[in-house]
Design a protein. Structure first.
Length: 152
């Protein structure tokens, strides 16, 4: 059995609406939509917390992982949690939790991770994470010297 994450270790949470278009014929959220939910949460996290400067450098996804624990259904109210768990020279990992709101609290239904790469789309190559954004991530997440210059 997979150990469920402690939601109190996440400093960022946002609400994601479950749309009718997200559902399959059984009334459950279609599996590919979970990556869209991660994208929505990631975009808000990068905008609100990291203050990512999209004019100077972009973000490319190098790898995505999804762990399905419990289906999300029509009518569920959903919270998405995001945190930076690792920073490297040009890449960083974001962890995600999707949790259904209930009267008794929250039920974790999905966890995941993306490896994000700071990328110069004009010159078509990775670049170091801008210092300002790196500093925002590490301070917000209280990461203790997680930056490793030898990491990708």
């Amino acid at each position: 059995m997979t150990q469920l994450p402690d939601l109190s270790t996440f400093n960022f949470r946002t609400t994601i609406p479950v749309r009718f278009a997200d559902l399959d014929s059984f009334g459950k959220v279609y599996d590919a939509v979970y990556l869209t939910y991660f994208e929505i949460a990631r975009s808000k996290y990068l905008k609100e917390v990291v203050k990512w400067d999209w004019e100077s450098i972009g973000v490319m996804i190098g790898k995505s992982e999804i762990n399905y624990i419990k289906p999300i259904q029509n009518g569920d109210e959903l919270n998405a949690y995001v945190r930076t768990s690792r920073t490297g020279n040009s890449s960083f990992d974001l962890d995600y939790v999707l949790a259904i709101k209930t009267l008794d609290g929250e039920i974790v239904c999905t966890t995941g991770r993306t490896v994000c790469i700071a990328y110069n789309f004009q010159e078509k190559h990775p670049e170091p994470i801008p210092f300002y954004q790196l500093e925002k991530m590490t301070k917000f997440e209280m990461l203790a010297n997680s930056h490793d210059a030898s990491a990708a």
